[in-house]
Design a protein around this ligand. Sequence first.
Ligand code: PXP
Length: 243
Amino acid sequence: MNAKQQRLYINIDHVATLRQARRGAEPDPVDAAIACEAAGADGITAHLREDRRHIQDADILGLKKSVRTYFNLEMACVPEMIELARRIKPEQVTLVPERREEITTEGGLDIASQPARITSAIDALTDAGIRVSLFIDPTRAAVEQSKKLGVPAIELHTGTYSHHPESKKTIGALRDSSRRGADLGLAVHAGHGLTVKNVGPVAAIPEIEELNIGHSIISRAVFIGLDRAVKEMREAILAARSS
Ligand code: PXP
């Protein structure tokens, strides 16, 4: 796999966080998505949380209409979200765990304890023509369980790595899970907490096809603009892939 084949999807949730601070119209995450695409993003990711703390339903509709690259909707595995996704039909849904009290998605899906619920969500989304990915912890058990559930793709949670990027164990878990996923025929994605400084070792994992990155790019954009922030991340990824 060469460097160009690793897709960079930008998560624009925190543009909506800024808008929701005033409950107004600006900044509009749909405008941000268009700007990210113009800067070279391969796709746009948005997380519609059950408490609607940032992205709103209308944003999802707007993104579906405006995104020209690829739209990846992150959502909890609950009936309300599954119905909405089936209606709006993003290209991909990434199922994530969600707890109202958390600040951000803190761990991967607990697929071992509720396989029936996840399987019926996967079936309902797949029937609607939506590609399904599961956001999981980087463990062999979670990768193997995902394969059994029949999804084409997994997204490895890079949160623990991003808190301890110096640890051989955290990057080792990502490498090992990526390899296992690819051996099982799964498409391997990764994301959470990635920054220009820590993305290198993750981007260098050859099996990882897609990175979902949000907070650090939107934060950087405050100082250097969205166009440069997206390009800066792309350059960091390319440098790691080609070294
Ligand atoms: N991937 C998934 C599944 C997520 O839930 C999130 C956060 O919404 C991200 C990637 C992006 O994380 P960050 O905003 O820390 O880059």
